[in-house]
Design a protein around this ligand. Structure first.
Ligand code: NOJ
Ligand code: CA
Length: 704
């Protein structure tokens, strides 16, 4: 492990060019230039291989009730440069060790008339740039309110973008591929309905934003280490192609309450002519602090099944009874209620799930709808909606605990907050203690509906603080956390690896709510997954949802082989086999891949990648010499040709290939797959055709 932090006189990376400073990436491909305009406005620009990625772009803040703001009239009072090179070990991840290598420039700028200073810290990696604002301790800038952050990202042209509508409350949208200049006209059609949503501009988009320039340069904009700050959207000026940062407001319309000393999240720009480099980048993680949990031995990747898809499809219900028009916690008496006969989380059924999990080697079982309140959980912006400790009369928490233990299965807790963040904080200690007492070491939380306190948004600063509070509180109780409908991740899982999952995007549930675009999962790794893993809940084998619930005509827009590929393509230490046992029992030969695929890896290779079109990734198991390959394909059938040169030289392996059959198609023939076996070595090349909305999966097991 190497680590250097050298003062500026050792390094010739930073040049003072008449009021401009230049910083180069370790390999010299990127150059970042910082300069002040004549009126003292700070700006930065970025080039890759001598071509502009970001044209000169302004930096700064508009402050509330402060005519001077932090926008201009700055002079540079100090610059410091450094280089850093360290390799750190992951608790879980796409690999076991990650190199963190960058050159750094910290520019201190002073506003003379207000006697205020800020530091802008730039870190230039071989993959791109991260920069943040720092507010050091000082007499004349202690408490202040951000009216808007004024960070620009000036694009060089009308790039192609893979975007979702900018929103203060949800990321559960399908992606639209379009030119930047087309966003405005496509905006309305890109907005689908959600339990909580608020757009702010018809050229607003979210990060992580993936783009491709006409010359083939891939550009990704996101943020890292979003802590005690509001989440950033981007608003496009579509004549000039300049993105303007747009922070999420609080209930009063303010965008940030800051107390110095403090720092902003990092703004990140990754660029390469090879899309695979974007996937391989660990810049977002590297810009987060090292792990703050001392003993991480209790944090373990989890493969799980659940009493879940049946409720999502409407085959069964979260609620226990139809007797009550409304529920008041502590007042409503469930003991006299008539069961509705559709309640999924009943002891007998949960035990069946535990049996299925144990039979097929899963680690855990998630059960939703186990606690009172679901009859009236959503749509009324209730504060006291759940208490997270009172089971329904037909859910015997002790019997289930003992049964799961006897079968070697861990139960996964579910805490739907219905957006009532204050109510969750009110109950969190008791709820986590209840988990400790009953053998639950992981929790799935959720934030469906408008946030309470009313007026706050899912991505407002104080709600970001709520999510962080829950992660840190969970760590105190040695609980792994997977939040749904929370803010999209920004690499905080490096610091708190008990955050083993997040949703914060359009997950598989939407396949039962009308369907997602067939190329959705060829985009997610370039966008949502840039900040951390997703609890995408793959593994659906029955695409016709009316077979589960005749009243639901939704269709899952992928082939079955595509669903298998997801276990490798969509990296996550938390993977669900989301379909019902009866559907797996119909296709046991394909289910074998889900049983075999690991959730912990030592190494990952990005074999093919084009956002929106195709993705092929290979990963090596952490506990053996076996490799697993996954492919996801967009709407055009395509033959993928890959070399297995990543296998160990001289070794022989048995490959099992789960591919789309010739006539497979996500719409008309999704369950047509074929399984073939062959011997392979590191000299083998494979050509496999994926259907429209298709994909493939391969297990490569060392020959005995
Ligand atoms: C939305 C979540 O994404 C889903 O997984 C969960 O089942 C429901 N909310 C209910 O909490
Ligand atoms: Ca959701």
């Amino acid at each position: 492990m190497k680590k250097y932090l050298l003062p500026s006189f050792f390094i010739l990376l930073v040049f003072q060019l008449c009021n401009a400073q230049e910083l180069k990436s370790p390999n010299g491909n990127f150059t970042m230039t910082f300069s002040l305009l004549n009126d003292g406005t700070p700006t930065y620009a970025l080039t890759y291989k001598n071509k502009a990625v970001i044209k000169p772009s302004k930096l700064g803040f508009e402050l509330k009730d402060d005519k001077n703001s932090l926008l201009n009239h700055f002079t540079v009072s100090d610059t410091k440069s450094a280089t850093f090179d360290e390799t750190w070990k992951t608790v879980w991840g796409e690999e076991t060790a990650i190199r963190n290598h960058y050159n750094e420039l910290a520019v201190t700028i002073n506003q003379k008339e207000t006697n205020r200073k800020i530091i802008i810290r730039f870190r230039l990696f071989d993959e791109g740039l991260g920069f943040r604002y720092e507010f050091p301790e000082q007499k004349d800038l202690i408490y202040f309110v951000i009216k808007e952050e004024r960070t620009e990202f000036a694009m060089t042209g009308d790039h192609t973008a893979f975007w979702i509508p900018g929103d203060y409350d949800t990321q559960e949208y399908d992606y639209t591929e379009s030119k930047l200049s087309e966003i405005r006209k496509l905006f309305k059609s890109a907005v689908s309905s959600n339990a909580s949503q608020k757009q702010f501009s018809d050229t607003g988009v979210q990060t992580s934003l993936m783009m491709k320039a006409n010359d083939g340069l891939y550009i990704n904009i996101h943020e890292a280490a979003l802590i005690n700050y509001s989440c950033m959207n981007l608003d496009l000026e579509d004549k000039t192609f300049v993105f303007q940062s747009h922070l999420t407001p609080d209930a009063q319309g303010n965008k940030g309450h800051i107390q110095a000393p403090s720092v902003s999240p990092w703004r990140t720009i990754i660029a390469s002519y090879d899309a695979r480099d974007v996937l391989a980048s660990r810049m977002t993680l590297n810009l987060n602090d090292p792990c703050k949990i001392e003993d991480t031995s209790w944090i373990k990747p989890v493969k799980y099944v659940g009493v879940w898809w049946e409720m999502i499809t409407g085959k069964s219900s979260w609620s226990y009874t139809n007797d009550f028009p409304s529920i008041q916690l502590g007042v409503t008496d469930y003991s006299k209620a008539k069961p509705n006969g559709t309640h999924g989380a009943n002891t007998k059924h949960v035990k069946e799930s535990i049996d299925f999990a144990a039979l097929h080697g899963f680690d855990g079982v998630l059960v939703e709808g186990w606690n009172v309140g679901w009859e009236d959980w959503f749509g009324h912006e209730k504060d006291y909606v759940f208490d997270f400790v009172t089971p329904y009369p037909d859910f015997d928490v002790v019997e289930i605990k003992n049964y799961a233990k006897s079968k070697g299965i861990k139960m996964i807790m579910h805490h739907e907050t219905s957006g009532a963040t204050r109510n969750y904080e009110r109950h969190i200690d008791k709820a986590f203690q209840f988990m400790n007492n009953h053998g639950y070491d992981a929790v799935k939380t959720g934030y469906v509906g408008n946030i309470i306190p009313l007026g706050e948004h899912h991505y407002s600063q104080s709600i970001i603080n709520h999510y962080q509070y829950c992660v840190e509180k969970a760590a105190e109780y040695k609980i792994m956390l997977n939040a749904h409908e929370s803010v999209r991740p920004t690499g905080i899982c490096r610091t708190y690896p008990n955050m083993i999952g997040n949703e914060a995007a359009r997950g598989t549930e939407f396949q039962a709510f009308g369907g997602s675009k067939p190329n959705h999962t060829t985009i997610l790794p370039f966008t949502r997954l840039m900040g951390g893993p997703m609890d995408y809940t793959p593994g659906i084998f029955e695409m016709d949802i009316s077979k589960l619930n005749p009243a639901n005509n939704s269709h899952v827009n992928t082939t079955l082989a595509n669903q298998l590929g997801l276990y490798v393509v969509m990296y996550s230490p938390l993977q669900m086999a989301a379909d019902l046992p009866e559907n797996y029992n119909r296709f046991l030969d394909a289910f074998q891949f889900i049983k075999n695929v690991p959730v912990a890896w030592t190494e990952s290779k990005y074999l093919e990648a084009e956002p929106g079109y195709y993705l092929t990734i290979a990963r090596k198991d952490k506990n053996s010499n076996n490799w697993f390959v996954g492919n996801n394909n967009g709407v055009k059938p395509r033959t993928s040709t890959i070399s297995l040169d990543f296998l160990e030289k001289g070794k022989k392996y048995d490959a099992t290939i789960y591919a789309d059959a010739k006539d497979a198609d996500y719409k008309t023939n999704p369950q047509a797959y074929k399984i073939t076996k062959q011997k392979v070595t590191n000299k083998t090349k494979l050509s496999i055709t994926s259907a429209a909305g298709g994909g493939y999966a391969i297990s490569i097991v060392e020959s005995k």
